[in-house]
Design a protein around this ligand. Structure first.
Ligand code: ADP
Length: 447
């Protein structure tokens, strides 16, 4: 096991990882930009290193500063969290070259899954069902038209290097396809420096269902069931639950085993998430994330398994400490992502938190790194915390969530808490009958 780990992240996830390290008896090193000198992850870590100015490019994304921080402090491993360098194969390569462990999969697997075209090809070869679409990238408009005619409209143009819903455009007709291609290519080029795109059938009413996996790179891999992340705004998850209201035990076991078998075949190491769209009883792979996800706590709440503990153990060379039979699903969990944003316009709302009170009680978890008096800097994403609630079943979970949302106080800034107060009382949410377009339609109607 490692004796010292550097956490290459900030905010709630830095604190989350720090907690896991402390439980495992591992010393922690926090890194921070000058804007984050007062951050909670810095206060709670055993050591901290300032790695640069506020701009993420010059701090949290600045690889030489992170390697230097490891050298100075003697950290043996880096946990990248999510976002920033978590899916950067070059970073994993560089750490390896310096004899520092990366808490994540091999650089080859990061690279493979980071290219969505390659990822889809790999999925097919591993027996995972995919969304019908182009067989690889689309080079010319003529090729796009041919594929679109074949799979039928509407179609979705997607960026090979995509992420965060960027570089994704729907086309409902051949005329729209020309625009969609041009827009997606331009957006992909400016966001990722790579204009390659591919085509997929646009599914009309799917749910987003993803499977959490853990592998040890030594041929063992298990699944921890699914998360339903269908409530999205601009392709970004807002509310996540486990288990999915749409799956029964048989469907869960079947897709879970398909994915775990694929991970065993790949000799995948670490935590990963295989994302699917689910429509009319069928699963369609869309991508794999080779890192810890924002929404991992809902899985932890229903399995009792600490995913970060397992990531760290596996990265230090241990085999998985769990078998599939050790994974039992208990009850229901829901996570609400609390953003410092206006709940109607979603405009960011940085500033000072004048009053902060978090809910508590049985089955309640708040993952947040903010505190009363904390000044939210304007440079980073607007997630300030996650409210995760567990109940013996979905009805109890919703009752508890409603109570927690009433109790939650964040004054001085705008947050998305009022939106969740509306959602928790909506009949479609109560009966679990929503697809990936539901939230956008609800927001359009209610404004
Ligand atoms: P990103 O990497 O940018 O997050 P994903 O491929 O994971 O992109 O897709 C993000 C979201 O976009 C999905 O959760 C879903 O809401 C929507 N989406 C992706 N592919 C399709 C599709 N073929 N049909 C309909 N919606 C899709």
């Amino acid at each position: 096991m490692f004796s010292k780990v550097l956490i290459a992240n900030r905010g709630e996830i830095a604190l989350r990882i720090l907690r896991a390290c402390k439980e495992l008896g591992i010393q922690t090193v926090a890194v921070h930009s000058t804007a984050d000198a007062d951050a909670m992850h810095v206060r709670l870590a055993d050591e901290s290193v300032c790695i640069g100015p506020p701009s993420a490019r010059d701090s949290y994304l600045h690889i030489p500063a992170l390697v230097a921080a490891c050298e100075i402090t003697g950290a043996e491993a880096v946990h990248p969290g999510y976002g920033f360098l978590s899916e950067n194969a070059r970073f994993a390569d560089i750490l390896q070259a310096h004899g520092i462990a990366f808490v994540g999969p091999s650089p080859e697997h990061i690279r493979l899954m980071g290219d969505k075209i390659e990822a889809k090809r790999t999925a097919v070869s591993l027996g995972i069902p995919v969304v019908p679409g182009s067989d690889g990238g689309i080079e010319t408009d003529a090729e796009a038209h041919r594929v679109a005619d074949e799979i039928g409209y509407p179609v979705l143009v997607k960026a090979a290097a995509g992420g965060g819903g960027r570089g994704m455009k729907v086309a409902r007709t051949p005329a729209e396809l020309e625009f969609a291609l041009a827009n997606a290519r331009a957006e992909a080029q400016s966001a990722f420096g790579d204009a390659s795109v591919y085509l997929e059938k646009y599914l009309a009413t799917p749910r987003h269902i993803e499977i959490q996996v853990l592998g040890d790179g030594q041929g063992n891999a298990i699944h921890l069931g699914e998360r339903d992340c269908s409530l999205q705004r601009r392709h970004q998850k807002v509310w996540e639950e486990a288990r999915s209201p749409a799956l029964n035990d048989d469907a869960r076991a079947e897709i879970g085993e398909t994915v775990a078998a694929a991970m065993r075949k790949m000799r995948y190491s670490g935590a990963g998430t295989i994302e699917f769209l689910y429509e009319n009883g069928a699963f369609y792979f869309i991508e794999m994330n080779t890192r810890l996800q924002v929404e991992h706590p809902v899985t932890e709440m229903i399995t009792g398994i600490d995913i970060v503990h397992e990531q760290i153990r596996v990265a230090s060379g241990s085999t998985l400490s769990l078998t599939q039979d050790d994974v039992q699903f208990d009850g229901h969990a829901i996570e609400c992502r609390i953003n410092a944003e206006d709940p109607r316009t979603f405009m960011p709302s940085p500033g000072r938190i004048s009053h902060f009170h978090t809910p508590g009680g049985l089955g309640v978890r708040v993952d947040s790194a903010v505190y009363q008096g904390y000044l939210i800097p304007p440079y980073y994403d607007s997630l300030i915390g996650k409210l995760i609630v567990h109940g013996r079943n979905r009805v109890e979970c919703l009752m508890r969530l409603r109570r927690c949302l009433d109790e939650f106080v964040v004054d001085g800034i705008n947050t998305t808490i009022p939106l969740f107060r509306q959602l928790v009382d909506h009949p479609d949410i109560a009966d679990g009958s929503y697809d990936i377009h539901w939230l956008e339609a609800y927001l359009a109607e209610s404004t």
